[in-house]
Design a protein. Structure first.
Length: 518
């Protein structure tokens, strides 16, 4: 719809109530279909990182390289996850969500065929970075449905590496050493099979939809039709500041963001450390057949599922538990800090799972014992991800995407380094002490959630970016309240003010989810 105004003035193009082109008003079946496609694409993106690992020994024999050089393929792919969002993020806001997918996916396939692992990972990062924005576009007015969709969307990329490793071991075991690159080819064919989903994805970015509608109206003769996105277009400097400078500042100066990034990076990095540790533990020390080693990763996604399925019940249960000596007496904790009780339980369980895995990893213990430790690890990892990211989202609100960007960057950098030193660490100190190292490290980080539970409210009050975000939200609400009683046809100045508030509301959809929050 185009708002009518005086002759020769700008006609603002907006969504009307129950507009069928507004993603919020799409039927349930369509929204669920889009979420399912996003999950498959995200799963495929991370699948390629771990399916490579089981073929490293074949690559060593095929090309005569050492372990570090062979593991660099895994390292470079994950490193691409860190830098890809720096391109796909701004692209999705400037040209739309679908455009980012349409460009990145075929490039990922091309780079995959050329064995350029870093660029393949950078292109794959689009499916990991932009999906939560698509979900928020559709569900921003239904927080419960949005949380469920984000939870399942989070589960796919976090469980995908485990399934990728499972397939990788079967592929590597059934191909001879002269065909070692089949561990790479299997993801190449998987990506091609998923390519049609990219074409089926509808555009959900509100400003892009309205810009297209305004362009159509201008072609039909209404030369003054404009979308708010076209009028209030960000400059290149603003885009650079939004996607690079602001996340850097938040990482350097925001304690809440720093603490969340440390814990998330540790949990994420350990997963990629396991891709090097599991063959040592189960093949070398427990004589598990090579082709079956990938099955032993399945307890990790089982543990992750135990968080995703009953997530709301888990949150309610832990938020009501008292913490004497940590919570202040007579003071009811804020909802944001109450959620961190789930994180605290996960941060306590993570070192337990690591020590469990470490000290049952030897050949004197049945292989089932270290395998079951994966359930506890998967549970703690998923809870740490979801709850810390939700806490960051509630803290920084409209700046949550910037906080998410620095989290993605840090965890990808750290995870890319873990496979490089994994073999040398395990060979020098053994699996028991090598894995225990991460258990001791996680024990040393437990004060972080305790500190946030007790002093999180004060930290949020003193945070520069949290307070700026709060003021912006207040202005948005004031603008919406001030324009809600006005008629649809008014002066051009009032229309511009109303549409600016609406544009800000559309932008808020992108940062209102618990993942982008990931």
């Amino acid at each position: 719809m185009a708002l009518q105004s005086a002759e020769g003035r700008i006609h603002l193009v907006t969504f009307v109530r129950d507009d069928p082109e507004d993603p919020v008003n799409w039927p349930k079946w369509k929204k669920v279909s889009v979420v399912m496609m996003l999950c498959v694409l995200a799963f495929c993106s991370v699948f390629g990182s771990s399916s490579y690992a089981p073929g490293q020994q074949q690559l060593e024999r095929l090309y005569g390289i050492n372990e570090i050089a062979a593991s660099s393929g895994l390292t470079l792919y994950v490193l691409g996850f860190a830098f890809g969002p720096l391109i796909s993020g701004p692209m999705s806001e400037m040209y739309g969500r679908k455009v980012a997918y349409m460009l990145s996916w075929p490039l990922m396939i091309v780079f995959k065929s050329l064995l350029v692992r870093f660029l393949t990972g950078a292109c794959a990062a689009c499916a990991l970075n932009n999906g939560s924005g698509v979900i928020t576009d559709m569900y921003h007015n239904d927080i419960r449905a949005q949380s469920r969709a984000i939870a399942w969307y989070s589960f796919c990329p976090l469980s995908g590496p485990c399934f990728g490793s499972l397939v990788g071991f079967f592929v590597a075991a059934t191909t001879n050493s002269g065909s070692g690159l089949w561990v790479v080819r299997v993801h190449f064919f998987f990506a091609i099979a998923c390519w049609p989903l990219v074409f089926l994805l509808p555009e959900t970015h509100g400003p892009s939809i309205l810009s297209k509608r305004a362009k159509k109206l201008r072609a039909e003769g209404n030369e003054n039709a404009r979308a708010a996105h076209e009028i209030h277009k960000e400059s290149r400097k603003q885009i650079l500041q939004k996607h690079i400078l602001r996340p850097t500042q938040m990482l350097l100066y925001e304690p809440i963001n720093q603490g969340a990034a440390i814990w998330i990076s540790l949990a994420y990095g350990i997963v990629y450390f396991f891709f090097e540790a599991y063959p040592v533990v189960f093949i070398a020390q427990h004589d598990i057949p090579f082709r079956l080693c990938g099955l032993l990763f399945l307890p990790i996604p089982i543990g992750q599922f135990l968080v995703v399925a009953p997530y709301e019940r888990i949150t309610r249960f832990f938020s009501q538990l008292p913490l004497p000596g940590i919570e202040k007496k007579g003071v009811t904790p804020q909802p944001a800090e109450a959620r961190l009780k789930v994180v605290l339980s996960a941060c306590l369980l993570l070192p337990v799972s690591l020590f469990w895995f470490a000290w049952t990893s030897g050949p004197e213990t049945h292989w089932v014992a270290p395998a079951l430790a994966g359930i506890a690890f998967g549970y703690s990892m998923m809870a740490i991800f979801m709850c810390f990211l939700a806490y960051v989202s509630q803290t920084y609100t409209v700046y949550a995407s910037s906080a998410s960007a620095c989290n993605v960057f840090v965890r990808s950098i750290i995870a890319s380094a873990f496979p490089v030193f994994a073999n040398s660490l395990l060979s020098s100190v053994g699996t028991k002490w090598g894995l225990s190292l991460f258990g001791f490290l996680s024990l040393g980080l437990i004060p972080i959630p305790l500190f946030f539970i007790r002093y999180g409210e004060k930290l949020r009050e003193r945070s520069k970016f949290a307070q700026e975000a709060r003021k912006i939200l207040e202005q948005m609400r004031e603008g919406q309240e001030g324009t809600s009683e006005k008629t649809q046809v008014e002066s051009d100045a009032v229309e511009l003010e109303s549409e600016a508030a609406k544009g800000a509301k559309i932008e808020q959809r992108e940062v209102n989810s618990s993942l982008e929050a990931v």
